[in-house]
Design a binder for this molecule. Structure first.
Ligand SMILES: [Zn+2]
Length: 477
């Protein structure tokens, strides 16, 4: 995948965790990451180079550069110094048991870690980012901490409640191009791309844990704020166990997407279907971009913070590249195949299962199973009719074989939660992911006594009832 001229890609699945691992390598294996600072340091150069050595001539590693980098980090990086101290202690006092303790914030007594002498404990201030990216933070500068206050001049706007810097803001601050900085973060080529994706997954994880910790507030928000046209999305089968509600304001979440889709449909109802579907592609040969990256010896894909690539959808071949309505080849794409067969299959319904929720008046209200079709076409009303090959692939649900005719349209990268460096940069800078004009006001209608009521499993039902009985809602049908 990374051999072509396309921008390099790497894919994360599920949640992104960072573990530091053991300080000593397992018996028989080579030291790696932090272990390189401690174990077998007489051969540190060859240990380091071994991880990167490949057979091609172009990738021969300049050992003098590696030596310079080791020297530089040893002299200036506070984190590396602590790891070296562990090495020195272990060499001088083989008999001692000691611990390397990693502290999370600066709000500890600094004396504890300023004098890690020949003691049982060596300690250091730590945050994940400088540990993982030492060449971007060569001094071991502080990474993100949860207690960085917002400067007063920035915090005194109208309704701002936030008093601490968020992770997103911290990263957006660090990835600016500045004339007073060498720019070792933004000019780190592929490492910068990895950094962006890595950081954005941390931002999203931080938001999700906030949501999980504040479910009570979020549920109230759904009741009071009638910004939501439809209350749905809580039946996600992947959330078996404790149910977590993502608020409609969670950018990119199901509710957010659903609401925006509804808004778009409303605009279509008023003005008709769109005449043009235009996407704007960033031209990386644009002279401003070219001159900017060439001056730094980079390529355009190394700077996703200034390049936001998009794709064009204009005919049925393009649609096939983005939307699929077929079961993937299980040998080539085993993970995708698993996800599609678990979540993107409609049914069984029809004669096989008359009590399926999609059944209305004896037939499937979503018109499944569809017909086999050899190619994608666009019908006269502008709806795409997707390709569904009769290739013999099927999945079994409740003992019923379901083939390509029952596959719900999906986008493979989205289904696997694809996050590109461009998107990561876009989201870190907090740019909108949609824009709409004219404005649409969402209204909720309900019959008397049928407003949606949300409550926690352990709420007193009378309290819940009283809360709704006299509450004002937007419209009564
Ligand atoms: Zn159905």
């Amino acid at each position: 995948m990374n051999n072509s001229s396309a921008p390099p890609q790497f894919i994360l699945n599920g949640q992104n965790y960072h573990r530091i691992g053991s300080l000593l390598p397992e018996h028989g294996s080579k030291p790696k990451f932090a272990q390189l600072y401690i174990y077998d340091t007489e051969n540190e150069m060859s240990n380091r180079v071994k991880h990167f050595r490949s057979n091609t001539k172009e990738s021969v590693i300049d050992e003098s550069l590696v030596a310079d980098l080791i020297q530089m980090i040893d002299n200036h990086n506070v984190l590396a110094k602590s790891f070296r101290r562990v090495r020195d202690l272990s060499l001088e006092h083989m008999e001692l048991d000691f611990t390397l303790r990693l502290f999370r914030g600066r709000n500890k007594d600094p004396r504890v870690y300023n004098t890690p002498s020949c003691d049982e404990i060596v300690a250091l201030i730590v945050a994940f980012i400088p540990l993982q990216y030492p060449l971007m933070f060569p001094y071991g500068e502080d990474g993100y901490q949860e207690d960085i206050p917002i400067r007063e001049s920035h915090s005194r706007t109208k309704s701002r409640v936030r008093i601490r810097i968020s992770l997103r803001k911290f990263i957006a601050f660090r990835i600016q191009q500045r004339s007073v900085e060498a720019g070792n973060i933004v000019n780190a080529c592929r490492l910068f791309q990895q950094f962006l994706v890595d950081c954005y997954t941390m931002v999203e994880a931080q938001r999700l844990s906030f949501i999980i910790a504040n479910q009570k507030l979020i549920r109230c928000d759904i009741l009071n704020g009638l910004q939501e046209a439809v209350n749905r999305g809580e039946t996600d089968p992947s959330l078996i166990g404790r149910r977590i509600i993502l608020p409609a304001s969670f950018t990119g979440g199901t509710r957010y997407m659903f609401n925006n889709c509804q808004d778009a449909m409303t605009v279509c109802k008023k003005f008709g279907y769109p005449d043009l579907f235009i996407t704007i592609t960033c031209n990386v040969n644009w002279s401003e971009i070219r001159e900017f990256v060439l001056a730094k010896g980079l390529s355009a894909s190394d700077r996703p913070d200034i390049v936001y690539g998009e794709s064009k959808l204009k005919n049925s071949t393009d649609i096939d590249k983005v939307i699929s309505t077929e079961l993937p080849n299980a040998n080539l794409y085993p993970k995708l195949e698993k996800v599609v067969s678990s979540y993107m299959i409609h049914g069984p319904c029809g004669p096989a299962r008359y009590n399926s929720p999609c059944m209305k008046e004896g037939r499937c209200s979503k018109f499944y199973p569809k017909k086999f079709t050899s190619s994608t076409s666009i019908d006269e009303e502008g709806y795409p009719c997707y390709r569904r090959l009769d290739n013999g692939r099927f999945v079994e649900k409740n003992g019923i074989k379901l083939d390509n005719r029952s596959v719900v349209p999906y986008n493979p990268p989205l289904l696997m939660r694809y996050l590109s460096p461009c998107e990561a940069a876009w989201r870190i800078f907090a740019f909108d992911i949609h824009h709409r004009w004219p404005p649409v006001q969402r209204l909720t209608f309900h019959l008397p006594g049928q407003q949606s009521a949300l409550f926690k499993d352990d709420d007193d039902i009378n309290v819940v009832f009283n809360r709704y009985e006299n509450a004002n809602t937007m419209f009564l049908a």
